[in-house]
Design a protein around this ligand. Sequence first.
Ligand code: NAP
Length: 529
Amino acid sequence: MQYTITGHQLLGFSESALGKNTYQTFNPQTGTATPWKFCEATDSEVHTAMELARTAFETYRELPGNHRAEFLRAIAVQLELQQEDLVSVYMQESGLPEGRARGELGRTTGQLRAFAAVAESSSWMEVRIDTAQPDRAPAPKPDIRKCMRPLGPVVVFGASNFPFAFSTAGGDTASALAVGCPVVVKGHPMHAGTSEAVGRCIQMAARQTAMPEGVFSLLQGSSIGLGESLVRHPATKAVGFTGSKAGGLALSRLGAEREEPIPVFAEMGSINPVVVLPSATEPGKGWAKAYALSVTLGAGQFCTNPGLVLGIEGSGWTAFSKALAAEVDAVGTACMLHPKIASQYQELRTDFFAQPGVSRMTSKDEDQADTRATGGVAVVSAAAFRKNARLKREVFGPFTLLVTCEDQQDLMRTLTVLEGQLTASLLGDETEIKSATGLVALLGEKAGRLLINGVPTGVEVCPGMHHGGPFPATTDSRFTSVGTDAVKRWIRPLSFQNFPEGILPPALKDDNPLGILRMVNGEMTADPI
Ligand code: NAP
């Protein structure tokens, strides 16, 4: 390894270890602690990181997009150079297999390069120019030009279930850096070593590309106090979070209660309802197996895990339900990320089985010691589901609840009581879907992504992706945390009225020096004015 894991905070270009308290991470496969000790960040280190970010912002926001792109690409190259060591630390701290580690690293470098292209294109600036009409009657029209500007320093919370792709150099970090916002990451305590190793790659890339010090810092800690201090710090202008509903809501309240309120973009998970129409229950369609694999993928530790499957009673639905349970049983046990996540899963699954009207369908539902978990499938009637709020909770793990509806009206009544979701899926043929009046529209009110004949796990990173959804899936349904539109969380519009050409920002100048597509007097064009 080119650098060792020290357990220190990364503050701009230096490191710091003022905290007296330490903690360790844990190998869920072996049940033993990893070799490293991590210092808890202090309030003074929080202040230093945020003040460095505040100062860096003044320079970083003005850099040309291609310079920021160079930085993002340099991070990707560093991650690739350190791939073997990063994969080793990742596997030790997460218990996830090598293939997943390498795949997730590839996704992370791909995201960094995608956001580098966004930085370079300046398309995120959404330029609008309305030239002056001095002779307009009854009053002259001034020259008004608008473009997007970065918000300022962003605090990113690393997610437990994606140590690479939704953590230190993940989508939140890459999208904020792309548009000129310095980033301070709060590393997830379950994979602090992975966070530090990735953080050092970012630190090295920042030096190589001559970024201002403070464009990136990493603070580590195992108590909620650190995250609270970061959100409360006056230099913080926005927050990106992926995790539990309790954590997301607490941070969102903190952001709103500040003297200067700030947006907290929290992605808090979902039960991702799936509607199985009669034609999809035919065994030849293979949906029972496909869904068993989706429910158990990564031990079910995905926010897009299909936790609720609804169908209309009949022999087809009964056969589908039994086949799905048998396929989940056939998958066997899997290692979860942490004993705490595993025990929460086991408790929730047991609680679901004990609810009125719920029948357990899988046979291998015995509790496992430490981090190993078995899949679970249960079934309940739509009427019993509707009146029991406990059945609408997310079970983070390889579990799904089947809901048997009497007919389509019963199905629609049941979908109506659902909260906001990241995804909603429909299985069936086109004629069936068309004749299910109002079904697609209703699901569209509930979710941020609709799928037909597919599984919700596997979130493609591309401009067309929306990974968000109505509350409580996220705190703001208008924004995505995956795909290039993720940058929209970190920017705000600024209008310039009657500015002389010489002091307009480059994106708004008459001769269009950036060569970008702009709306000029209502027409999209890259031509100079
Ligand atoms: P978490 O408990 O929400 O924690 C995520 C991060 O937020 C951690 O860094 C945590 O800090 C911090 N945090 C949590 N509550 C906070 C608060 N009140 N104030 C300040 N900071 C706070 O999520 P997790 O540790 O990843 O997993 C726990 C559960 O979250 C899982 O069992 C699952 O139910 C859910 N989860 C959901 C998703 C999803 O995609 N929706 C992803 C991961 C987990 P500390 O750990 O240092 O306290």
